[in-house]
Design a protein. Structure first.
Length: 54
């Protein structure tokens, strides 16, 4: 049985790591980036697409 919380946590961790790579933003902007990246990663995971264009 798959663990949906585990998938969510992995996507959130990946989004946080991607957002850390962006320089010159404050914490509020970074939070927005995390949310945006997490949504995009979730869409890509659901479609089975490559993450090359995040």
């Amino acid at each position: 049985m798959k663990d949906p919380d585990g998938v969510y946590d992995c996507l959130q961790d990946a989004a946080k790591e991607l957002a850390k790579q962006v320089t010159g933003v404050d914490d509020d902007e970074r939070d927005g980036l995390v949310e945006s990246k997490q949504e995009k990663l979730s869409e890509l995971a659901a479609s089975g697409s490559s993450t090359a264009n995040i």
